[in-house]
Design a protein around this ligand. Structure first.
Ligand code: COA
Length: 177
């Protein structure tokens, strides 16, 4: 039997309860920069009015349930407008079924072919082997280590800085005049 299809669509305020469910799991929020005890209303507001019009927030739906989310957040400063920060999370019960891959594929296509983003950046805890492997499959490289970057379960933990440069930066399609 072929695996159930994974639908990726833009997130909206009605997804707030699903975000709370996803972000309540220490295995998920502990690996992000989120805090325990997420609130439905604050997620509703965040999803209703993203930080900017070009910020992309998507969810992955499997068997009719939201099982993952991902975001691409363009940088505002003029000289950094070719850059965006990426974040991703998949519910533990749905991991290792290709959901993360589908979310990454969607964000990379958006960045490469539509959004004029040439550099996608992120940070990942140094012991998060699953996420590091996923990012490397999509062409991200490790650029360095931020030491004692964030508090996690009572300890300051290191993160890797990773980034992916556009594999084939866009050119002018109509040729020289
Ligand atoms: C990292 C994460 C997004 C991966 O999502 P996923 O849906 O399980 O990923 P996929 O099923 O698409 O797996 C894609 C690839 O990632 C790598 N991978 C995923 N889980 C892995 C694991 N537990 N160990 C090693 N590699 C793993 C593998 O290369 C895998 O390909 P394969 O299954 O063909 O070997 C997910 O584990 C997650 O959300 N973790 C908690 C939150 C988090 O860490 N977010 C990232 C913060 S920087």
């Amino acid at each position: 039997m072929s695996p159930a299809p994974i639908e990726v669509r833009r997130a909206g305020p009605d997804d707030a309860a699903d975000f709370v469910r996803l972000m309540s799991d220490p295995e998920v929020f502990g690996n992000l920069m989120q805090l325990p005890l997420p609130g439905t209303e604050s997620w509703r507001q965040r999803l209703a009015s993203p930080a900017g019009p070009d910020h992309l927030h998507v969810v992955a739906v499997l068997d009719g349930r939201v099982v993952g989310s991902a975001g691409l957040h363009p940088q505002e400063r003029l000289r950094r407008r070719h850059c965006a920060m990426l974040g991703i999370s998949v519910a533990v019960a749905a991991q290792r079924r290709g959901v993360g891959t589908e979310l990454m594929r969607t964000l990379c296509d958006y960045a490469d072919n539509w959004a004029q983003i040439l550099r996608i950046e992120l940070t990942v805890f140094t012991d998060n082997a699953a996420a590091i492997a996923l990012y490397q499959r999509f062409g991200f490289r490790i650029e360095g280590t931020h030491r004692a970057y964030a508090l996690r379960r009572g300890q300051f933990a290191d993160v890797l800085a990773m980034a992916r440069l556009h594999p084939q930066p866009p050119t002018v399609g109509w040729g020289p005049t």
